[in-house]
Design a protein around this ligand. Sequence first.
Ligand SMILES: [Zn+2]
Length: 154
Amino acid sequence: MRYTEEQYDNFAKHMEEKYPEMFSQPYGGFAVGAGWWPIIEALCRQIDSYTKWRNNTRESLLKDNPHNYPIPEKVPQVVVEQIKEKFGGLRFYYQGGDEFIRGLETMAELWAGHTCEECGKPGERRSGGWIRTLCDEHEAERQAKYKERFGDEN
Ligand SMILES: [Zn+2]
């Protein structure tokens, strides 16, 4: 994966500081390439702002609701359990949330399925050995490394 340890640490620290409740349990780190980091960041940002908006609306209506607006259900806090790559796709496991957040998660995973995990450019699922989602350039690079290691016979 093409990032330095420092870049990884900065990203992980940024996420954990910005979303302390989401990353309040051990989750095993961001076990994916840097090309997917912006997707994870967008997903967490949407989950966070949606949860706060819904729960703040609920709180203020419980205090004062002269027009009898419907009071939304409390959205259970999302707590990340694991973030990883599996069969070339992003997997975002968590507790909490609701149907809307489930939809955000699905959207992020679909988006990652068309995004190079190395660089974030448009990519597709590549079979042969370890299944990965890569752009043409990084797929060519992977093929070259494969030939170097295992020869040309396949
Ligand atoms: Zn790429």
